[in-house]
Design a protein around this ligand. Structure first.
Ligand SMILES: [Zn+2]
Length: 208
């Protein structure tokens, strides 16, 4: 049994305002007498469910090929929050035991929007929560929101705090069908050089 927690990528997939929409243009077509169908894809590395690379916000940061692969693979804890906007603080998880989770996937109301709807508001991380999770030896934080920082943030404190603590992140997850609990996460970025992030196929497998 697998939970697919990935947004569907199509030309209708919502992207960050101003970012490049996904396109698949035919280069060769069986219907036109060519021997194969061959497409040329145009997309932002931040299309749909994706992993940010440190290079996204730091000039000397790692590209996807050099991001720590093991962080994207292993035990993960899914936790639902009711907050639909604003920073997520340690107090928002006051009733949750976060110890031993290793990776935290935060299920907010954003997961319930369709793939083609951009969230007008969304919850995001706080440096306090990142420091709290880093102290508990977390390696990854995943959101259904399109950013770990506020929409209008210019200095991106949460992105930088993740890198400073050696954590990685996933964005635009879709967790609406997943009950809270512990799972095995598999969400590997592509081995892309000179990119600022990578789409992932993110799945959860129940722990046996
Ligand atoms: Zn991103």
């Amino acid at each position: 049994m697998l939970y697919d927690i990935t947004r569907r990528v199509s030309p209708a997939t919502a992207v960050w305002p101003g970012d490049t929409p996904y396109q698949a243009a035919p280069a060769l077509q069986l219907a036109a007498g060519d021997n194969v169908n061959l497409l040329t894809l145009t997309l932002s590395p931040h299309t749909g469910t994706h992993a940010d690379a440190y290079y996204h916000y730091t000039t000397d940061g790692a590209h996807p090929e050099a991001m720590p692969l093991a962080a994207y693979l292993g035990r993960a804890r899914v936790v639902t929050v009711t907050k639909a906007a604003g920073p997520l603080l340690p107090a928002d998880f006051a009733g949750v035991d976060l110890r031993g989770g290793e990776r935290l996937l935060i299920h907010s109301p954003v997961s319930h929007l369709p793939d083609d709807r951009w969230p007008e508001t969304f919850p995001y991380l706080s440096v306090a929560l990142i420091e709290h999770l880093a102290a508990l030896d977390y390696r990854l934080i995943g959101l259904d929101s399109p950013s770990v920082d506020a929409f209008h943030s210019q200095d991106l404190p949460c992105h930088h705090a993740l890198r400073q603590h050696g954590l990685v992140n996933l964005e635009c997850l879709c967790l609406h069908a997943v009950p809270d609990g512990d799972y095995e996460l598999i969400a590997l970025p592509l081995k892309l050089a000179a990119a600022c992030g990578s789409p992932v196929r993110a799945v959860l497998r129940p722990l046996s």
